[in-house]
Design a protein around this ligand. Structure first.
Ligand SMILES: Nc1ncnc2c1ncn2[C@@H]1O[C@H](COP(=O)(O)OP(=O)(O)OP(=O)(O)O)[C@@H](O)[C@H]1O
Length: 264
């Protein structure tokens, strides 16, 4: 194993991160770290600061205080969005960004060629090795048999998997997903969970998610945010047993965490 692979056990380390919008602190001295290869879920009530935190990680929003260190060496607060992508952070947003008139295969091909680290120095023609990469990605996201159809005819779930595949073509070390199962059927949710388990063999993953059944089923570790702060983190069982977490969720109409606990 290379020396730099050995020392980079913590993919991300954030300390005392603050994000202010005017006088309002959306993130308030939030600290967070994640070891390599973990499938980590970030949960919390509406407005807790989850999406804002992902925005900080990908450079869309700047922290006014605190440290955000990637791979134990890159200070993300000093980098622009495209520089962060090149360092190895990929994000799939909720809004679709596939090219509907291109085939599934072509969407992956385009996503691969956007990676300027490698491909800008190569000819535009897709090499045999690149084709194999695309075929492997198709297999992973379960769309091999649909590779020649236009992306527009895919189901909602299939479009989401294609988008995840497109982000993965850039071979990120850290993948950020914002509510990946929103709008999916139960079967699609299940397949998405299985896909995440496969993807974590390739990269570290942070998922923002509201669906507690899904979190309970697939989370390795969970961080709970509330009002911009860290409420607690641990396994799903630990988080569910935490009284402060219960108060926060039970204080809300619906009490999603309670529902998840009752079926645990
Ligand atoms: N650009 C902005 N300007 C002002 N306030 C903002 C901005 N973006 C987010 N906020 C506020 O910051 C707080 C955190 O928002 P954020 O979207 O990060 O929460 P969240 O945990 O992702 O919520 P949800 O689960 O509802 O998506 C909210 O009160 C939100 O209104």
């Amino acid at each position: 194993m290379k020396r730099n692979q050995l020392r980079k056990q913590n993919v991300l380390q954030c300390k005392d991160v603050v994000v202010s919008f005017g006088g309002f602190r959306a993130i308030n001295h939030f600290s967070f770290s994640i070891p390599r290869g973990e499938l980590h879920f970030l949960i919390g009530p509406n407005g807790a600061g989850k999406t804002t935190f992902l925005d900080v990680l990908c450079g869309k929003t700047k922290a006014s205080e605190g440290e955000v260190i990637f791979q134990e060496e890159h200070d993300l607060t000093t980098l622009k969005e495209f520089e962060i992508v090149r360092k190895g952070i990929g994000r799939k947003f909720q809004a679709p960004s596939i090219f509907p008139n291109l085939t599934v295969y072509e969407n992956l091909e385009i996503a691969m060629k956007q990676d300027k680290r490698i491909w800008s120095i190569l000819l535009a023609k897709t090499t045999v090795e690149q084709k194999q990469d695309i075929e492997a990605q198709l297999e992973l996201i379960g769309l091999s048999n649909l590779k020649d159809v236009q992306a527009r005819i895919l189901s909602h779930g299939q479009k989401q998997w294609l988008e995840i595949g497109m982000v993965m073509m850039q071979k990120p070390d850290l993948l950020l997903l914002d509510e990946p199962i929103a709008g999916m059927t139960e079967e699609e949710e299940e397949k998405t969970g299985e896909l995440l388990l496969k993807l974590k063999q390739k990269c570290t993953i942070i998922v923002v998610e509201h669906d507690m059944d899904f979190v309970r089923k697939f989370a390795e570790r969970v961080t709970v945010m509330h009002e911009g702060r860290l409420l607690c983190n641990g396994s799903m069982a630990e988080v569910q047993a935490n009284e402060r977490v219960m108060e926060v969720y039970l204080g809300r109409k619906g009490g999603e965490m309670n529902a998840a606990t009752s079926t645990a």
